[in-house]
Design a protein around this ligand. Structure first.
Ligand code: 9Z3
Length: 311
């Protein structure tokens, strides 16, 4: 079964309630950085949901916690990019991702002295916290990082198109790093019940439709000059490179980063029109905290520079 068109999707799905606020933020951010000739990376991150009810109690979700996008955002900032971090609400975020769970509280010492109570950072945690805090503060002081968030697959598409409309003015200085895990299936709005489904009505039969492929209008119409990098996720090694290359040939963008669910933090293949380049971390690198997003972003930044100033 084929999917409906992307135009039909936008015509039949309303924008999210915070859409106009986010659009204004995107517009201001892009105009400001465009004025200074800066490069902007749009990083999409985390998984989209597919609600089963309008007043949503149940939904179809995705495994992605948004580590890839949150981590890559920090590396793009380090490389001098301004970053639009477009993420699933409550997924991982740049900088705070280092302090999940009780990590931050474990770094602190409490001296209870009534009104003179103080909290200090433990001496051996200062060297962990200080560089992260410094990079966080520098990014914010420079106005180099904008957060916008989505939840459903429909919210994601509305926000993605709005971000592209603002980025189009940057021409080739815009870079898209599309790491979000976007649902391939959804339930068209008019088939979603308003209220919580009742078990008394028996087991529901849920008929999913294919989501239109937004990469096609994105590459051809929304940001035709941008450096677009998409991601391909598979669970079967034998499909990984062929599916990644097929996507690159179909949409004719700049790169597909192919990764397997099981090894995504250790190995990726960067697929470009010219080559397949594997990035593989050794077990030692992985255990000592090396992040694969570092070399991924370095290579993308290098190719983007070539795209901007071809030799
Ligand atoms: C990815 O492949 C990302 O690398 C991950 C990151 C989602 C695996 P985590 O959040 O995981 O760090 O745990 N993203 C794209 C996944 C995707 O849905 N791609 C579509 C596909 O493979 C097309 S764009 O067909």
């Amino acid at each position: 079964m084929t999917s409906g068109s992307w135009e039909e999707f936008f015509a039949t799905h309303l924008p999210p309630t915070d859409f106009e606020d986010n659009r204004s933020l995107l517009k201001e951010f892009c105009e400001r950085h465009n004025k200074y000739g800066n490069k902007i990376a749009l990083v999409t991150s985390g998984g989209t949901t597919v609600p089963l009810e309008h007043n949503t109690v149940r939904l179809i979700d995705n495994f992605s916690a948004g580590n890839r996008g949150a981590t890559a955002t920090e590396y793009f900032l380090e490389n001098g990019y301004a970053v639009i971090f477009m993420h699933r609400q409550k997924s991982q975020e740049p900088f705070t991702r280092h302090f999940n769970g009780s990590k931050l509280l474990d770094m602190l010492d409490l001296q209870e002295q009534g009104p003179n109570t103080t909290i200090t950072v433990k001496q051996d945690s200062v060297y962990v916290l200080a560089p992260i805090l410094a990079r966080y503060q520098a990014a914010h002081a420079a106005g180099a990082l904008l957060h916008v968030s989505f939840t459903t697959v429909s919210d994601y598409f509305w926000l993605l198109r709005a971000a592209c409309e603002c980025l189009a003015n940057l021409g080739p200085r815009a870079l898209l790093f599309l790491a979000a895990a976007v649902s391939d299936f959804y339930i068209p709005k008019d088939r979603v019940p308003t209220h919580k489904m009742q078990s008394a009505s028996g087991p529901p039969v849920i008929h999913l439709h294919l989501v239109p492929k937004m990469l096609a209008p994105l590459v051809n119409l929304w940001v035709p000059e941008a450096f677009v990098v998409s991601f391909k996720l598979e669970t079967d090694e034998s499909l990984l490179v062929s599916k990644g290359r097929a996507a690159l040939e179909k949409y004719k963008h700049k790169m597909v980063v192919a990764n397997l669910l099981q090894t995504r933090n250790q190995r990726v293949i960067l697929i470009t029109p010219e080559a397949n380049q594997e990035i593989l971390l050794t077990k030692e690198e992985l255990h000592s905290g090396v992040e694969i997003e570092g070399p991924i972003v370095s290579e993308i930044v290098r190719l983007h520079a070539e795209h901007l100033a071809p030799r």
